[in-house]
Design a protein around this ligand. Sequence first.
Ligand SMILES: [Zn+2]
Length: 332
Amino acid sequence: MQDLTRRSFVISAAAAGAAFGLDGPLEIFGSAAHAQGSNPIGAPQALVDQGFAKFKVGSIEVIQVYDGHWEKAHDPGFIRNASLDDVKAATTKAGLTDAFVPISFTVTLVRIGGRTIMFDSSTGGQLAPTAGRLVAKNLAAAGVQTGDISTIIVTHYHADHIWGLMAKETNAQLYPNAEIIVPEPEHKHWTAPELVEKVPEGARGNIRRIQATLPTWKNLRPAAVGTEVTSGVRSIATHGHTPGHTSYVVSAGSDTLIVSGDVTNIPPLNLSNPGWHVIFDANPALAEEGRRKLMDQAIADKSVVTGYHWGLPGAGTIRKDGSGYVLVPVSV
Ligand SMILES: [Zn+2]
């Protein structure tokens, strides 16, 4: 399993996210933090040590729990239409290391209407050796007991988003009492029996694991995209990263939080350069179209947006910056 685990992650796991530098309000995430050798994702060290960040969007209570990061080795094919030098220049400009791509994993939870809803589930400590902190300690550190979580909503089926639902050796459910809501087209794609044979051997580990688990779980519910999947949460199609990748809008009155998932990789890469096509995007053109549309919508609506690979805090408002976008992190 270990070989498959590692290999399937390299081939198929999603990507994205850390923190950024650039100018003005982003400075704390950039060179200053990194120059102190604090942490490779450029986040405030106190937050990383604490393991979570909390903030509010109107009456929506948001808790972001840090799972860790992946030191992805440089690979000239990582961005299909940008060079390795361009990638290194982008992370350097953001105050991040150029020794590897520091890809963080941050899970977003919201408390609305007395319910605790978690979006995606972390790596479960089964991918990069520098991840796994959500299950190990950070969820509890944030004051959330697993039994408190009534609903888990999934953006897509890459390993770094769903393996935290299942125990390492046994695949037993870690949240058997929660309702798990998944995008219908994503579920259909990954559970098709013929899919295993269609992909290279190295990409089959995650597919086999999905097919051995998720369809058998009685508490899992595929939901149509473009609908209210549970009270206060609407799904929006952002297909492209994977065939059924889906984002969510959490609403309470006029306040909205967009949980984007993997619409972008780490912000210095394809949030700053929305036309960059990360190797993990299954349909790069569709992914780019969805990325631009979602970010333009977030700017128009002044929404707070979260990204699974956006560091800690992994949320903020978006503004236009030349031909790209910039994340202005929330205050925590
Ligand atoms: Zn991902």
